[in-house]
Design a binder for this molecule. Structure first.
Ligand code: DGP
Length: 115
């Protein structure tokens, strides 16, 4: 938990954010600035700033984030149409919030290369 971190505050319920998934380790909620019809953020409750700060002991947690995104994609009915999972990391990666989060984007055709 970091006192300054907006996603820690969300995880603590300080903003009343609706969680579309929640368990002992992970939370998921809709992005405030959606870039697709489905845009969900999957975060760990544990404050980890960037994916390049993950440690060997976080291996199961990191894998669970992907499996949870797949589950949410099924719940959102985009599993078969397809979707994109994104971890932004650091300044060049376009990361704005320093608490790791997996973007689940779907419900429209994605473009490549990304901007
Ligand atoms: P990134 O650039 O990868 O760090 O993405 C951060 C995302 O977090 C961005 O798409 C907007 C979203 N976001 C920032 N603040 C809030 C918030 O207070 N609530 C919600 N639901 N999303 C937020």
């Amino acid at each position: 938990m970091s006192d300054e971190c907006i996603f820690c505050k969300i995880a603590n319920g300080e903003f009343g954010t609706k969680f579309i998934y929640e368990d002992a380790e992970l939370l998921a909620f809709r992005d405030i600035n959606p870039q697709a019809p489905v845009h969900v953020l999957i975060i760990p409750g544990k404050h980890i700033t960037r994916i390049n700060r993950l440690e060997d002991s976080d291996q199961a947690l990191a894998g669970k984030m992907i499996l949870t995104a797949n589950k949410i994609a099924r719940d959102e009915r985009i599993s078969e149409s397809g979707y994109r999972l994104i971890f932004n990391c650091g300044p060049d990666g376009g990361q704005e919030v320093e608490h790791i989060h997996l973007h689940l984007l779907g419900g429209r055709q994605m473009n490549w290369p990304p901007g």
